[in-house]
Design a protein. Structure first.
Length: 377
């Protein structure tokens, strides 16, 4: 083992069965472990109480309590979970790498043990419209505290780096997110779960969106644009709603619109099924508007499909000129109609997006960058 032990905390845990930060923690931790580093990762306690001590060479430690199902209790739970993880990580690791900063008031804990604290802010959390004004103010304060306590602020977006460095007069570290190569997965209906079989088919093809169903990901905008358009292929929406209120708002848009086929699948965590659906879509709609490099965007670039993304600096940084962009529902509707009738003319963009992500967003390069940062401590 190499001489520095690293703890990666702030996610629900590994192996990943939830989202982007969990996938990041899984891939980075296992790659660093394969290089000889001693790595530990914090995990929520599973419902079945099955708590394996390690995963692919990575040590795991668990919060004593199971997560609650009630939304408000979940917020309190995550706060306590992060504080517990900071304490446990500071006792057993030399470098504590915190993903997110909502528990920034506890970021002094590693300092009590003389340990390094690295923080990945994820994005401009305080910009997310799902939060009320008080929560957004707290997140701004947390961002300042994170910068104050962190030995390294690590960002996965050059646009976030510009923001952090100019606002706080620091020199943050840019290390991109990665995307894996995925072998072609031929379409087979019997691979789909029972509730999806017959709903998603290749005849006709379908438009696809994969996201947490939250306001900042423009789910409502995409559905409005789809309903306003003349395209006839179904729209498949993969992901879970972040709140009952937003789900009610989106479903009302669907109910008030024309009778078009929109398929809400919920979250799909089986990698083979999800990648089969992504590889075989007609085109991909990406509405994320807040944050840095979005994992689902770099992953879909690996699928060599046509991408229609929300027009903002984060998405343009990742896709450059190799995607189409929309500003609002009317613009999206128009762009969808163009792709619907002229898709073949945009396939070269899909190929160039694949070349870009393979070159600049490889996990091998990401792991090497982190190893260089560790060696520099």
């Amino acid at each position: 083992m190499l001489d520095r032990k690293i703890a990666i905390i702030g996610t629900r845990g590994i192996p990943n069965s939830y989202g982007g930060f969990e996938k990041f923690a899984e891939i980075l931790s296992t790659r660093l472990a394969s290089k000889g580093y001693e790595i530990c990762v914090s995990c929520e306690r599973p419902e079945d109480n099955h708590t394996p001590p390690s995963f692919n060479g990575v040590e795991l430690f668990y919060f004593p309590m199971k997560p609650p199902n009630f939304f408000l209790l979940r917020i309190v739970y995550e706060f306590l979970y992060d504080a517990y993880s900071l304490f446990k990580a500071a006792r057993r690791a030399d470098i504590v790498y915190m993903l997110g900063y909502s528990a920034a008031m506890f970021f002094f804990i590693p300092k009590l043990f003389g340990k390094q604290l690295w923080v990945n802010p994820d994005g401009m959390e305080w910009k997310r419209p799902k939060f009320n004004p008080f929560i957004r103010w707290l997140l701004k304060v947390s961002e300042k505290l994170a910068v104050f306590w962190a030995d390294e602020m690590i960002v996965d977006s050059k646009e976030i780096k510009k923001y952090m460095d100019s606002k706080y007069g620091i020199e943050s570290e840019f290390i991109a997110y990665g995307a894996l190569d995925v072998p072609p997965i031929p379409w087979e209906d019997n691979k789909l779960t029972d509730d999806l079989r017959g709903k998603i088919t290749l005849n006709p093809h379908y438009w696809l969106m994969v996201a947490r169903l939250e306001p900042e990901n423009n789910i409502h905008t995409i559905i409005k644009g789809y309903l306003q358009s003349s395209v006839e292929m179904p729209l498949v929406v993969v992901g879970n709603f972040g709140s009952p209120a937003y789900e009610k708002h989106v479903k009302a848009i669907v109910d008030e619109g024309p009778d078009k086929k929109i398929i809400f699948t919920g979250g799909i965590y089986n990698k083979e099924i999800l990648n089969m659906i992504r590889q075989n879509c007609f085109a991909y709609l990406h509405g994320h508007s807040v944050g840095g490099t979005n994992p689902s965007l770099v992953e879909i670039m690996k699928m060599e499909t046509v991408i229609l993304a929300h027009n903002n600096e984060f998405n343009r940084e990742v896709c450059r000129d190799y995607a189409l962009y929309f500003n609002d529902a009317d613009d999206l509707s128009h762009k969808m109609e163009i792709i619907d009738s002229e898709r073949e003319t945009f396939l070269d963009l899909a190929e160039k997006a694949y070349e870009r992500v393979s070159k600049d967003y490889s996990w091998e390069g990401v792991a090497d960058d982190y190893e260089n940062l560790i060696k520099g401590v």
